[in-house]
Design a protein around this ligand. Structure first.
Ligand code: A3P
Ligand code: MG
Ligand code: MG
Length: 362
């Protein structure tokens, strides 16, 4: 059982990937619709191979750095004395785990993941275990060898976000979705990101703080984050029941894991054709996805996550508030169907930077 996550904080990464301790990069959910119908066909190819597409350099490995920045800026909001835990703005005790939502999602889905492996680097400082993903050799090769078609299709997903989002309306003003002209001026820059920092607890024995990139937010004042957040997705429209079944069997599992962990209730999907044209939008409720198939189930995922976090805890060496453990690697290999745990003496996989360790000691 995962306690419903609450938002402990947020941060933004700007067009140059610089960190800001605010919501400046948060975008507003404003699909170009009237009476639930799209006002125009969304051409997801628009802007590809032009100066309106700026792509983040994926060879730069940021590891946990932005989360660590946030932690330091909010250090005083964590308490060791539980009696102070009711005070305004206090988050609570330091958590057992700090990581990205995507890491939890990958570990959680392992029982149903037969193709893609993963590797996590693990370091402990004080009572907190930090986890940071290491790109596998297979994932790196796949990324380096993407076909032109695959590159274009990756662009489709991010271009869709531009059509669906805009600026928040000023107080007293109505929401105005972009018209086609405005939409065709949109710059797609994958450096820009808005991140929510969530706090949750798994089965009362694992407290977690994790960052999650959030696509957009409803322009409402009565609903609070993460309930006001919306996840955006694209998918090939269904031509047959077979395609629809396969969608719920495979894709919906990843969609569920991603949004469930962040407490995001709604996923809005743009259904596209093979040319990258979206003519239909559809809303999925995150909590309803598991009931659509029996190819996977949420209970197995959560039990597995609980067990693997417990395993990581038990394997981690004791550290006091001022010391940092050696780095351990946890690797899932789907072909061999095993998970390997090894402690490494090499500095190569250590990801807690000196600036963080120093500042945490002060
Ligand atoms: P789609 O998932 O609609 O294809 P997210 O949905 O997680 O917010 O990601 C937005 C888009 O970024 C995706 O849209 C996809 O285009 C791209 N993307 C996300 N994760 C990716 C990955 N691991 N590899 C390649 N592209 C990815
Ligand atoms: Mg996203
Ligand atoms: Mg999305």
């Amino acid at each position: 059982f995962l306690r419903k996550p609450t938002e402990a904080g947020r941060f933004s990464l700007d067009a140059e990937r610089k960190f800001h301790h605010d919501r400046s990069a948060m975008s507003c959910f404003c699909p170009p619709v009237r009476n639930n119908r799209l006002l125009y066909t969304l051409d997801l190819n628009d802007g590809y191979n032009t100066d309106r597409f700026i792509k983040r350099d994926e060879n730069v490995k940021e590891k946990l750095d932005n989360m660590l920045h946030w932690l330091l800026l909010n250090k005083n909001r964590f308490v060791t004395d539980e009696r102070r835990a009711n005070k305004t703005n206090v988050i609570g005790a330091y958590p057992d785990f700090v990581l990205w939502r995507g890491h939890l999602s990958k570990m959680m889905c392992t029982p149903f993941e037969k193709r893609e492996g993963w590797e996590m680097a693990i370091q402990k400082m004080g009572k907190t275990i930090y986890i940071s993903e290491v790109e596998t050799v297979e994932a790196m090769a796949k990324r380096a060898n993407l076909s032109e078609r695959e590159r274009l299709m990756t662009y489709w997903g991010v271009r869709f976000e531009g059509y669906m989002t805009g600026n928040f309306p000023k107080p007293g003003q109505n929401l105005k979705p972009k018209n086609l002209m405005e939409s065709k001026q949109t710059v797609t820059n994958t450096n820009t990101a808005f991140c929510s920092v969530l706090r949750s607890r798994l089965n009362s024995r694992h407290s977690l703080i994790y960052g999650a990139e959030v696509d957009c937010c409803l322009p409402v004042e009565v609903v609070f984050a993460p309930d006001s957040y919306v996840e955006l997705k694209t998918s090939r429209m269904f031509d047959s029941f077979r395609q629809e079944n396969s969608f719920y069997k495979f894709k919906a599992r990843k969609w569920w894991a991603q949004s469930f962990l962040a407490g995001v209730p709604q996923i809005t999907c743009g259904f596209r054709d093979d040319r990258g044209f979206v003519t239909e939008l559809c809303d999925f409720k995150t909590l309803e996805l598991p009931s659509k198939t029996d190819a996977w189930n949420s209970q197995t995922c959560l039990v597995f996550l609980d067990n693997i976090l417990q395993f990581i805890k038990e394997m981690s060496q004791d550290t006091n508030a001022h010391s940092v453990s050696k780095v351990a690697l946890l690797k899932y290999r789907p072909q061999e169907q095993y998970i390997l745990y090894e402690v490494s003496d090499s500095k190569e996989f250590c990801f807690l930077p000196d600036w963080f360790v120093k500042a945490m000691r002060d």
